[in-house]
Design a protein around this ligand. Structure first.
Ligand SMILES: [Zn+2]
Ligand SMILES: [Zn+2]
Length: 127
């Protein structure tokens, strides 16, 4: 498999995930299609995609890097146990942004916000 093909498949998966995903999750999703793919390759490609500005990278509270498509603007609640994601229906920061623009003179073009916690299911089944 060519490098560019791999890279495109990885980027495609990040975008298809529709929210922040870890390298492991991308790896799992691609295993069926590319059985010879190594996790380290997924990591390397994600790093490169982040460097090139095609994906955004952020660290979760456990220090796991998560990646998401650059174009989509959305925010998520993520369960730190089962990794379930819930997309927030609206951006809670739009008012904050306009206030900040007034206060600082910045013209804000993007931001990150991901909220972590335990989903109702994991709250019930505490380990
Ligand atoms: Zn959960
Ligand atoms: Zn937002």
């Amino acid at each position: 498999m060519k490098n560019t093909q791999r890279r495109a498949a990885i980027l495609e998966q990040v975008i298809a995930a529709g929210g922040p995903v870890s390298a492991e999750e991308i790896f799992e999703r691609l295993q069926g299609r590319f059985p010879t793919l190594a996790l380290s390759t997924v990591y390397r490609n994600l790093e490169k995609l982040a460097e090139d500005g095609l994906v955004e990278k952020e660290a979760s509270p456990e220090g796991v890097f998560l990646y998401c498509g650059r174009e989509e603007h959305g925010h998520y609640l993520i369960c730190t146990q089962c990794h379930q994601r819930v997309r927030l229906l609206e951006c809670p920061l739009s008012e904050v942004e306009s206030k900040l623009e007034k206060q600082t003179g910045f013209l804000i073009d993007r931001h990150h916000l991901t909220i972590y916690g335990k989903c109702p299911k994991c709250r019930l089944h505490k380990k």
